[in-house]
Design a binder for this molecule. Sequence first.
Ligand code: SAM
Length: 341
Amino acid sequence: MNYKDMSEELAFNVLINRIYSKTCLDFSRYKRGYIKRRISGRMRAIGVNSYAQYLRYLEKNPEEYAHIMDSVAINVTEFFRDPGTFFAFRNEVLPEILSRKIGRKSRGEKVCGEAEKWRGNVLGSCDYGARSDCEKHDGDDGMRATGCVGLGVRREALRSGAERSGTERSGTLRIWSAGCASGEEPYTIAIILLEELGDNLGNLLVSILATDIDDDALKKAMQGFYQPFSLKNIPPNILKKYFHSENGGYRIKDVVKRLVRFRKHDLISGEKLQYFDVIFCRNVMIYFSRELQERLFMDFYNSLNDGGFLIIGKTETLTGEAREKFICVNVQERIFRKPPR
Ligand SMILES: C[S@@+](CC[C@H](N)C(=O)[O-])C[C@H]1O[C@@H](n2cnc3c(N)ncnc32)[C@H](O)[C@@H]1O
């Protein structure tokens, strides 16, 4: 094909279509500026300076398609990334779910989501329960904060322990880490569940599904071997309990690994998954167009059991129809709930 007379904009569109036809990755739904920056970075690295030239390069070097994926996917992650979010997961989300699944009463602890106070607290009890200056202890469930426009406060619904969806199974706990990168997020969730429920997992059938589009990231996740920098948030006792030290790094123990199932899945074109109690999709949709974000928020809504929780990244915002559908339960940690039936 002759790309010589094509404008750069047109060549970019052709490139996006070509990538889709060769790899099934649909970058037309990502933020255009973001995809351009990432692909341009790759082009600079191989000494190509126009999209037209890059199209020719791809024709001669089809193995280059694999590098595009590497350049576009940002896999930055770590264990207990944004500790306050996991603190809220353990102290606000889990008690609610466990009360429905196994009739377990909330531990009755007051909770405080201040990230800097998390150390020793995500995995233990909150030392700040008695503090009257803690935002979440003033009886309004942290809903004073703005940002939940149109969602309304349905605290009565949130507190009902008797809700049960027609679709969920009471003896199972299904969690989805969507865009799991190299596995730190789903393994963090598994560690919290083991700490909260003990080795027998409260007799629940626990399944954590972890998905991503990036093969290399998934491979690393399945290996479960990590360098110290991605474990810096983990207290020493937890590190010792759930990891083997090995060749200067750490390997996750089988007791954690067996709770997580990794699978390749594209949030944009993949099959619609269902019946989850909690979905984590953090720091993934920031790269997507607003239109796509709106669609995916509704996909997540439909993937959740009634009363299930959606947890998004701390810099992300719920948009579109989903704003009206979800109840915001922790604005600071971006935790939303599908109303219980
Ligand atoms: C920054 S990482 C987020 C990892 C983890 N959720 C966290 O917050 O630490 C973003 C991940 O989203 C994945 N991703 C990007 N587009 C995706 C898509 N269409 N479907 C599934 N995963 C995608 C990338 O491969 C990458 O691993």
